[in-house]
Ligand binder design. Structure first.
Ligand code: AP5
Ligand code: MG
Length: 216
C-alpha cells in the first residue's frame, strides 16, 4: 500500500500517519521531518533548507524528491509507504510518479484532510512534541495522560517547532493554497482521491481513513 496524506499545515497528516504506522506497520515518509532532521544535523541540505522553512516557504522540488527517493531505496520493498507532506507541487507529483515506478510501487490512495483554516492556527500554535521520541501532543486537544510526562517514553522534555507561529503559519497556508491544492485534480482524474473531514476528533478521522482503506 502506498498512500499520500494531503492537507494544509495542521490538518493532522503527521497525527494520522503515526496511527497508520502503529496499526499497519507502514512507514511514514514526512519530508518536513526529514528536513528538520537535516537542519538539526547541519547537513548541506539542512543548511540550504533552514531559512526557507523558517519563512514558511517551500524547499526546492529537487531536494525533497531526492530525500523521498533515498528513503524508498533504504526501505524494504514490501513495506507500505505513507507520504506525509509530499508531494506539494505539480513538479513533485510528477517526480513521485517516476520514483514510484523506479521502485516498482504503485500509488493506491490520496487521502485529503479537509479542514477550516482558523482552526488550523489554533492547532498549530498549541502543538508540541516529545524531545526524546517525537510523540505529538497539543495544549488543548491531545495532552499526555500525566501532565509533563510523555505517554510513549516517559520523557519530561518537550519541544515546539520554530515555524509554528501565527505569521509563518499564514505563509505556509498561502503556499498550500497556491501550490499544493492545485495538484488534487491530477489525482482526482485517476480516481485516487478520498476526502475526509479533518475537523472531526482525532479518533473519528482515524476511523474514516481506516474505513476507506478497508474498502479498497
Ligand atoms: P511539514 O512538516 O510537512 O509541515 P506542514 O505541512 O505545514 O504540516 P504540519 O506538520 O504543520 O501539520 P500536520 O498536518 O502534520 O498536522 P499534525 O498532525 O501535526 O513542513 C514544514 C516545512 O518543511 C514546510 O513549510 C516547507 O518549508 C518544508 N517542506 C516539507 N515538505 C516539503 C515539500 N514536499 N516540498 C517543499 N518544502 C517542504 O497536527 C497538528 C496539531 O493538531 C497537533 O498538535 C495535533 O495533536 C492536533 N490535531 C491533529 N488532528 C486533530 C484533530 N482531528 N482534532 C484536533 N486536534 C488535532
Ligand atoms: Mg506534520
Amino acid at each position: 500500500m502506498n498512500l499520500i496524506l494531503l492537507g494544509p499545515p495542521g490538518a493532522g497528516k503527521g497525527t494520522q500517519a503515526a496511527r497508520l504506522v502503529e496499526h499497519h506497520g507502514m512507514r511514514q515518509l514526512s519530508t518536513g521531518d526529514m528536513l528538520r532532521a537535516a537542519v538539526a544535523a547541519q547537513t548541506p541540505v539542512g543548511l540550504r533548507a533552514k531559512a526557507v522553512m523558517d519563512a514558511g516557504e517551500l524547499v526546492s522540488d529537487e531536494i525533497v524528491s531526492a530525500l523521498i527517493d533515498a528513503e524508498l531505496t533504504a526501505m524494504g520493498e514490501s513495506v507500505g509507504a505513507i507520504f506525509d507532506g509530499y508531494p506539494r507541487t505539480a513538479a513533485q507529483a510528477e517526480q513521485l510518479d517516476g520514483i514510484l515506478a523506479a521502485h516498482g510501487r504503485e500509488l493506491d490512495r490520496v487521502i485529503e484532510l479537509d479542514v477550516d483554516e482558523d482552526e488550523l492556527v489554533r492547532r498549530i500554535v498549541g502543538r508540541y512534541s516529545c524531545a526524546t521520541c517525537g510523540a505529538g501532543y497539543h495544549d488543548e486537544f491531545q495532552r499526555p495522560s500525566v501532565s509533563g510526562v510523555c505517554d510513549k517514553c516517559g520523557s519530561t522534555q518537550f519541544k515546539r517547532r520554530k515555524d509554528d507561529n501565527e505569521e509563518t503559519v499564514r505563509t505556509r497556508m498561502a503556499e498550500y493554497r497556491a501550490k499544493t491544492a492545485p495538484i488534487l485534480p491530477f489525482y482526482e482524474g485517476r480516481g485516487l482521491v478520498a476526502r475526509v473531514d479533518g475537523m472531526a476528533p482525532i479518533d473519528e478521522v482515524t476511523a474514516a481513513i481506516e474505513s476507506i482503506l478497508a474498502g479498497d
